[in-house]
Design a protein around this ligand. Structure first.
Ligand code: PGA
Length: 306
């Protein structure tokens, strides 16, 4: 009986895989990919190391205007060595930072918004308001928004397409929780989050440099546990392969994918040395300018930008 059931399940799985459009919704294999996805005929071979590294601070619900200004002054005293730097601050601090900022290439980002242009949405902020306050980037799909504030895939997808249409640089977060990792479901979770999150993104796509992803294993966020460089590289290369499926190989090659989850000045060098890890989304260790600057410096060094 159970043999018959297994056989039927196998047949259904096979049939689903053969139906165009459905295969991407199928649960992914739970084993790590054995190697890079074969490039379609004529596609350029994926080459890495051509992306500008990016390090983003996620201050979450921290800092006041005085500490935000002091942070900015201190950070601007460090050479950022060509690493694109984003500070995702609480909304009320964006105008404070915009006024204090001396270096225009320091990008300000928000941590949330509501994907409508205006209207009766008590307590929310539109992208126009955030742009007006100085933000050019925004975090979308962070696990704290998903779990603490109940943001489901449909809202996350709408936020992504709205942010892209409005010219913002989204930092789109995905990641598995501990139970999912332990169950061998990491790749399935990442694939499903990507398929759902990217579903509203239709051609023409933004320039690939303006689309940023962050792999943030939930079990590593704020816990002091970090994914090993190998675990992070494996997950991020899986993400890049899925991006190549959605867009193209040439496009995916230019998209930055960050690691987030207890990244700090001690582990940044080893993580950033991995070919697919293009930088970091940093929570706790982004609250002090010296520590954040050290992460930027380690990233630059590992990416060969001394
Ligand atoms: P953490 O947070 O660096 O404190 O783990 C990262 C994040 O939530 O983006």
């Amino acid at each position: 009986m159970s043999d018959l059931r297994t056989h039927i399940e196998q047949l259904v799985r096979q049939a689903l895989q053969e139906l165009p459009g459905l295969s991407s919704l199928e649960p992914a294999r739970s084993e790590p990919p054995s190697g890079p996805l074969p490039a379609p005929p004529g596609a350029p071979v994926l080459r890495f190391g051509k992306r500008v590294p990016l390090v983003a601070a996620n201050w979450k619900m921290n800092q006041l205007s005085a500490s935000a200004r002091a942070f900015l002054t201190a950070l601007e005293g460090h050479d950022r060595l060509g690493v694109q730097t984003v500070i995702c601050a609480p909304h009320v601090l964006l105008p404070v930072l915009a006024a204090a900022r001396r270096q225009a290439d320091l990008v300000l980002g928000a941590q949330n918004f509501y994907p409508e242009p205006a209207g009766a949405f008590t307590g929310e902020h539109s992208l126009d308001m955030l742009a007006d306050a100085g933000a050019g980037a925004v975090i979308i799909g962070h696990s704290e928004r998903r779990t603490l504030f109940g943001e489901a895939d449909a809202l996350v997808a709408r936020k992504l397409s709205t942010a892209v249409a409005r010219g913002f640089m989204p930092i789109f977060c995905i990641g598995e929780n501990l139970a999912e990792r332990q169950a061998g479901a990491t790749f399935r979770v990442l694939r499903n989050q990507l398929v759902a999150g990217l579903s509203g993104l239709l051609p023409p796509f933004p320039e690939p440099e303006r689309l940023v992803f962050a792999y943030e294993p939930i079990w590593a966020i704020g816990t002091g546990l970090t994914a090993t460089a190998e675990q992070a590289q494996e997950a991020i290369s899986f993400v890049r392969e899925r991006l190549a499926e959605k867009f193209s190989y040439a496009y995916a090659e230019k998209v930055r994918v960050l690691y987030g989850g207890s990244a700090n000045e001690k582990n940044a060098a080893e993580l950033a040395a991995k070919p697919d890890i293009d930088g970091f989304l940093v929570g706790n260790a982004s609250l002090q300018a010296a520590t954040f600057a050290a992460i930027i410096a380690r990233t630059a060094a590992s990416k060969g930008r001394p």
